[in-house]
Design a protein around this ligand. Structure first.
Ligand code: SF4
Length: 313
């Protein structure tokens, strides 16, 4: 069969970040250390493939702490948890391991410091995302307000406009967040900014990698879960550069009619999507196209986070 040629531009960096890698290792080490089953509160990372693999190894995912039996350990997800969750675990005498990404924990500590300084926090993020719920749960109720859009920034009602600070979710769109921050700074010139960017290195690097290949691409496939914030942002970044993009969980989700016959296809993966799924997508493309693969030039990421002492000691 004569297959049409297809140049596949693979974005780099893509896929697993240091926080996801660490969270998965924590569940694996907890299974080794404590035996099966190990309970995990919420999806450890937003990827069904990763969860299924850990389930097979003996992890049980639950929504809330009360579903964890008293005699089994529980791991908290990479997105972070409200303070009440470890407090309840402690109260019940549960063994728990916190897999919150250190970059999310950094935002938690900043939130606590700002409240101690007597400031009200405007938090830029997406309602209902576990990271937002976790960060709100670090500070007293009423001391933090969610701002999702530029319109929210223009209309949010605050007490003292000179006693404000802002923080952000780690997995936001770099461009959208800059516009929201501008709107906040215009309205509240004395608002305190975080000491360093809260959007994490992995989120901004993956968005920059999409921007770098987009001008050469006719279409883009983003591999990631539909509830993965950073993966959704990658598809948005491509679309805004006029490159039609689809977020897919794996090869089986490729919509071949939508894909059509592009000459150049961009491929990337969100921070919780394993490289195996990228290979699976490229193998599926090879069944219909004469594929030439190119990995875009990039500076490799070297970030590695330490594992919790209780698992490596
Ligand atoms: S996306 Fe960023 S904040 Fe989230 S786990 Fe990865 S490194 Fe941590």
């Amino acid at each position: 069969m004569n297959r049409p040629p297809l140049r596949v531009l693979i974005a780099a960096p893509r896929g697993f970040c240091a926080g996801v890698d660490r969270a998965i290792q924590i569940v694996e080490l907890a299974l080794e250390r404590f035996g099966v089953p190990v309970y995990v509160r919420h999806e450890i990372v937003h990827n069904r493939f990763v969860l299924d693999r850990l389930r097979l190894m003996g992890a049980i995912f639950v929504d809330e702490l009360h579903e964890v039996p008293d005699d089994r350990p529980v791991v908290f997800s990479a997105h972070g948890v409200p303070k009440s969750v470890p407090a309840n675990a402690q109260h019940r005498g549960l063994t728990y391991v916190d897999a919150t990404c250190p970059l999310v924990s950094k935002v938690h500590r900043q939130a606590e410091r700002l409240i101690a300084d007597g400031l009200h926090i405007l938090f830029i993020g997406h309602a209902g995302h576990p990271e937002v719920i976790g960060t709100f749960g670090q500070v007293p109720e009423g001391s933090i307000t969610l701002v999702e859009t530029v319109e929210d920034a223009r209309s949010v009602v605050v007490g003292d406009p000179d006693r404000l600070a802002f923080l952000t979710q780690t997995t936001l769109s770099v461009d959208d967040t800059a516009a929201i921050v501008d709107a906040l700074k215009t309205r509240f010139p004395n608002i305190r900014a975080p000491r360093s960017e809260d959007i994490c290195y992995a989120t901004s690097n993956r968005q920059a990698a999409v921007k770098a290949i987009a001008p050469d691409c006719d279409k883009m496939l983003v591999i990631g879960a539909p509830n993965s914030s950073n993966s959704l942002r990658l598809a948005e970044v491509a679309e805004r550069l006029n490159v039609p993009a689809r977020l897919i969980e794996r090869a089986a989700n490729i919509d071949w009619d939508w894909l059509g016959r592009p000459k150049v296809l961009g491929v990337t993966a969100g921070a919780s999507a394993p490289e195996l799924l990228v290979r699976e997508v490229i193998d599926a493309l090879r069944t219909r196209f004469d594929v030439t693969e190119e990995i875009a030039d990039h500076s490799p990421e070297r970030m590695v986070f330490k594992l919790p002492r209780e698992l490596v000691a």
